[in-house]
Design a protein around this ligand. Structure first.
Ligand code: IPD
Ligand code: CA
Ligand code: CA
Length: 281
């Protein structure tokens, strides 16, 4: 007599690219709504590490709501978020979340902030969503499928000359002790049309992807600052390396992103030694 057949449960079906994107966009929009609703309300502000590194009740609330939304649809996925949210370690899929990129701006009511959500599959970024709820600008990209702003394809600028370029950068929260990036900032100021410091790494990358900025560099960033924006930039057709020209990784923390034509000139300025004569760039 044969033994009864025991049914082995089937693994859950893999989510489709469309469902992953839809849920990521929903999560970013939920976060954006919280940010806009609370913008004019008093905030509870604390610091993390350096006295300039802020975290508000809105960062925490957004993170909680984003993770809850992702978990509702993808309970088995891993996630890692800036304010401490951590998930399982065993999934093929890992979400990288910056619930509020641009917290200092947000705390001052300066409207340059966003939510950044990316998805890695087997360690490779597959999808990125960056949402600015003030301008209602939604940047999206899927690996190999191009980059979009509110559904319309975006491409970087075609500026070839640093003298005509508008660049952007940022400074780490330990700037007062590390002083990192001040000399690079000075050098670019003297060689370009202008340099901005806008306070949101994810938006800096998206703006470079769509031609508002021509190039962006920064150091000491975290994976959640870079994950979505770096995919959006490369899918738009921009170029990305480390600030020394090495292969880019969201785990290295330093980045040079450009429209492409300006990349070599930006690298030369970044590599220049203090006091070297200008014609060497
Ligand atoms: C910061 C912003 C800023 C960059 C900082 C980041 P946060 O993220 O992206 O532009 O210069 O290094 O830490 O703290 O606002 O999420
Ligand atoms: Ca950030
Ligand atoms: Ca943040």
């Amino acid at each position: 007599m044969s033994s009864p057949v025991t049914e082995v449960p089937l693994p859950p079906p893999l989510p489709t690219p469309d469902s992953l994107m839809r849920v990521a966009i929903e999560a970013a929009e939920i976060s954006g709504l919280i940010q806009v609703r609370n913008l004019k309300r008093p905030l509870k502000i604390k610091t993390k590490g350096e006295s300039t590194n802020l975290v508000t009740n809105v960062d925490l609330r957004c993170e909680k709501r984003i993770i809850a939304h992702l978990k509702r649809y993808f309970p088995d996925h891993e996630y890692i978020a800036e304010e401490g949210g951590r998930g399982r370690q065993t999934s093929l899929f890992r979400w990288l979340i910056d619930p509020l990129d641009g917290t200092t701006n947000y705390a001052h009511g300066y409207p340059a902030f966003c939510t950044s959500i990316a998805l890695e599959r087997n360690g490779k970024i597959e999808l990125g969503v960056v949402y600015d709820p003030v301008r209602k600008e939604l940047f999206t990209a899927r690996k190999g499928k191009g980059a979009f702003l509110n559904g319309v394809r975006i491409t970087p600028s075609t500026v070839e000359d640093l003298e005509e370029a508008l660049l952007v950068t940022g400074f780490p929260y330990d700037i007062k002790t590390s002083r990192r990036n001040i000399s690079q900032f000075n050098r670019f100021l003297l060689r370009t049309q202008a340099v901005r410091r806008d306070g949101s790494a994810a938006l800096d990358l998206c703006y470079t992807a769509m031609g508002r900025f021509d190039g962006y560099w920064e150091f000491s960033l975290a994976p959640w600052d870079l994950a979505a924006g770096s995919l959006i930039l490369t899918e738009a057709g921009g170029k990305i390396t480390t600030s020394t020209g090495r292969e880019f990784s969201i785990h290295r923390g330093d980045i040079l992103a450009s429209n492409g034509p300006l990349h070599a000139a930006m690298l030369r300025v970044l590599r220049q030694k203090e006091g070297a004569p200008r014609h060497q760039t």
